[in-house]
Design a binder for this molecule. Structure first.
Ligand SMILES: Nc1ncnc2c1ncn2[C@@H]1O[C@H](COP(=O)(O)OP(=O)(O)OP(=O)(O)O)[C@@H](O)[C@H]1O
Ligand SMILES: [Mg+2]
Length: 281
């Protein structure tokens, strides 16, 4: 579970800290552990930036499930995620510097419509970039389906979790060459920057406490769903047992604003919900 997030000098997602959402929440964002968290607000407010930040923080950004993955330590964008404290030759690497997240360290599932493993723009590219199995599974899942059917298929795993499937509490190993055990001290001396980064992640995410509560992150899960499928999804979210699963979702769906009592609504800008509700009445 994640209870609080603040950003100060956080550059890994460069447009996050300056977003309207964060400007309107100078003390940070507080998440509920009792009701599903629903982030609402105008286009461009920073909702997806928040979800991306949380996905990076839970290592679920690349494949949609928390996993050790070389793309966090040595991928094309990985330099953006790391800060080398002190002088240039320092060995002090900090992941997502400037981001403070109060969490029990539980893993997450991250859903974003159209998200191909590794954030590649085609299944073929994804397969060639270290995600052969994941991209193939993704391709098989969406083959010969309408856009809504694709979303339904991709949401299946999350929906099963919402309805009671037991979540996994450990981080997976996908596209990872950093080993599973800490490196011996004598090998650390000559280790490369990427190896040192991998050690930081292993230390931080290697052991999840038994009672930790996993997180479901969703960015506009309603996209392409028919009205009934969308309403059913929200019912499932509202009915999910928050003691075993936390939900954080960004949405443009009207459902949570029409049933605010079931959700912890986080407005990107104050008064947004009341404005929408008055337009609907
Ligand atoms: N890849 C990017 N590079 C630079 N700026 C970006 C990028 N993606 C988004 N932004 C900017 O960051 C701000 C927040 O964008 P974000 O995508 O988080 O908005 P959002 O609230 O999810 O909007 P929407 O409701 O349209 O999905 C916007 O002003 C946008 O222009
Ligand atoms: Mg968005």
């Amino acid at each position: 579970m994640i209870t609080q997030l603040t950003a100060s000098g956080f550059t890994a997602v460069p447009y996050f800290e300056t977003s309207l959402l964060m400007q309107e929440h100078p003390k940070g964002i507080t998440f509920s552990t009792k009701r599903p968290n629903v982030i609402v607000g105008p286009n461009g407010a920073g909702k997806s930036a928040l979800l991306k930040t949380l996905a990076l923080q839970t290592l679920s950004y690349q494949t949609g499930e928390s996993a050790f993955d070389d793309n966090y330590t040595r991928g094309l964008d990985s330099d953006d995620y790391w800060h080398q404290a002190g002088y240039r030759w320092s060995r002090d690497f900090r992941y997502l510097n400037g981001l403070e997240v109060a969490t029990d360290g539980a893993p997450a599932l991250y859903y974003q419509p159209g998200h191909i493993p590794g954030h590649d723009n085609s299944i073929a590219a994804s397969m060639m970039c270290g995600y052969f199995d994941e991209a193939r599974a993704y391709g098989t899942l969406i083959k010969d389906k309408s856009s809504g059917q694709r979303s339904q298929a991709l949401l299946e795993k999350l929906k099963a979790l919402l309805s009671g499937d037991k979540p996994t509490l450990s981080y997976q190993y996908v596209n990872w060459h950093g080993g599973t055990q800490p490196l011996a001290v004598d090998r650390l001396r000559d280790a490369s920057d990427c190896t040192l980064r991998a050690e930081v992640l292993k230390k931080r995410y290697g052991n999840v406490a038994a009672g930790a509560v996993p997180v479901v992150l969703m960015d506009e899960p309603e996209q392409s769903l028919d009205a009934k499928a969308e309403a059913l999804l929200w019912r499932q979210i509202a009915d999910a047992d928050m003691s075993r699963l936390q939900v954080i979702v960004a949405t443009h769906s009207l459902y949570p604003m029409m049933h605010p009592e079931h959700f912890h609504l986080i407005e990107a800008v104050p008064g947004y919900v009341a404005e929408v509700q008055s337009l609907l009445s």
